[in-house]
Write a protein that binds this ligand. Structure first.
Ligand code: FDP
Length: 279
C-alpha cells in the first residue's frame, strides 16, 4: 500500500504542474460517459497510468477516462479505479478540482474496497488517505513533501447542505427533504466539484452532499467505482455514512465499471434523514 501511496504522491506533483500550465482546451475525444474530455483530463490520466504501471503490487487499473480495465501484473494484489481530474471543467474558472482513487482487492465492487485516497487541488494541495481504520489529512508543502496534519472524524450533525443535480428534475421526496433542511439550520454550499464539496463537509465535521436520482438521470450521475465508493469508504471510516437512499452505498451491486448510482454522503443525523425521506 505504501508503494501505491508514493505513486499517488508522484502523480499529484505532476498533475499540479499540468494544472498550473493552464491548458483548459477541449480535446477531440469523449470518455465512455459521453463527456468531452479536456486536454487536462487526458494528460492527468496518462500520468497516473504511467506511475501505476511501475508497481508490482497492482493487478489492474481502470480510469474514469477509459472504456476498459488495463491489466498490469497477473500476480498483483490490488485493483485501482481512479478519476484523474474530477470537476476538470472548473479549472478555467479557477475553482478547486481533485483526483479520486479507490483501491480494491479481488474485484471492483463496493464490498471489496480496502483503501481510498483523494487529492484536492485548491489554494493548497491536500491528500486524504483512508485505510478503513482512519482518515488522515496530509498537506503538500513548498518542497512538494506531504506532511501529516490530522485525523478526520465526523460529528453526529453538521450545518452544510450541498445538493447536486438539476433542481427542475428532482423527485418530490427529494425536493421536500432539501427544502426542510433549509427551513432548519442548514446553509447552502455547492461548488459543482464533488471533491471540494465533500472535503468541505468532512473538514467541517458534518452536513449532507447529495446527488440523487432524478427525472433526467434516474440512476444519478456519479460513478460507483471512481467516485461513489471511495467517498463512501472515507465517510463511513470517519464516522459518518453514505447511502443511495435505501441502504449502504458500499453494498450496491456493480454490473459495469461505469455504473452510476444516486448517492448521499454526510454525518449520521443527515444520512438518517435521507433514509426517512426516501422510505
Ligand atoms: P464534472 O462533471 O464537472 O466532472 O463527477 C462529475 C462532477 O463534476 C462532480 O465533480 C460534481 O459534483 C458533479 O459532476 C456536478 O454535476 P452537476 O453539474 O450536475 O451539478
Amino acid at each position: 500500500m505504501n508503494e501505491i501511496l508514493e505513486a499517488i504522491k508522484q502523480s499529484t506533483i505532476e498533475i499540479k504542474n499540468i494544472i498550473i500550465k493552464g491548458d483548459t482546451d477541449k480535446s477531440e475525444q469523449q470518455n465512455s460517459t459521453g463527456d468531452t474530455q479536456l486536454k487536462l483530463d487526458i494528460a492527468s490520466d496518462v500520468v497516473i497510468e504511467r506511475n501505476f504501471k511501475k508497481l508490482n503490487c497492482v493487478k489492474q487499473i481502470v480510469s474514469e477516462e477509459q472504456d476498459h480495465i488495463v491489466d498490469i501484473n497477473e500476480n498483483g494484489k490490488y485493483l485501482i479505479a481512479y478519476d484523474p481530474l474530477d470537476g476538470s471543467s472548473l479549472v478555467d474558472v479557477n475553482l478547486s478540482v481533485g483526483s479520486i482513487y479507490g483501491i480494491y482487492e479481488n474485484d471492483f465492487t463496493g464490498e471489496n474496497i480496502v483503501a481510498s485516497v483523494y487529492v484536492v487541488f485548491g489554494p493548497r494541495v491536500e491528500m486524504i488517505v483512508c485505510d478503513g481504520n482512519s482518515v488522515k489529512l496530509y498537506r503538500m508543502n513548498s518542497l512538494k513533501e506531504f506532511n501529516y496534519i490530522q485525523d478526520l472524524v465526523m460529528q453526529e450533525k453538521g450545518t452544510i447542505n450541498s445538493p447536486g443535480s438539476t433542481q427542475q428534475c428532482w423527485y418530490d421526496e427529494h425536493r421536500t427533504m432539501i427544502n426542510n433542511m433549509f427551513s432548519d439550520d442548514y446553509q447552502l454550499s455547492y461548488s459543482g466539484g464533488m471533491v471540494p464539496d465533500l472535503h468541505h463537509i468532512l473538514l467541517r465535521g458534518g452536513g449532507l452532499f447529495s446527488y440523487p436520482g432524478a427525472s433526467d438521470k434516474p440512476k444519478g450521475k456519479l460513478r460507483q467505482l471512481f467516485e461513489v465508493f471511495p467517498f463512501a469508504h472515507v465517510f463511513e471510516t470517519a464516522g459518518g455514512g453514505a447511502t443511495d437512499g435505501k441502504g449502504r452505498v458500499l453494498e450496491i451491486e456493480t454490473k459495469h465499471i461505469h455504473d452510476t448510482s444516486p448517492c448521499f454522503f454526510g454525518s449520521n443525523l443527515e444520512i438518517n434523514r435521507v433514509i426517512e425521506a426516501y422510505k
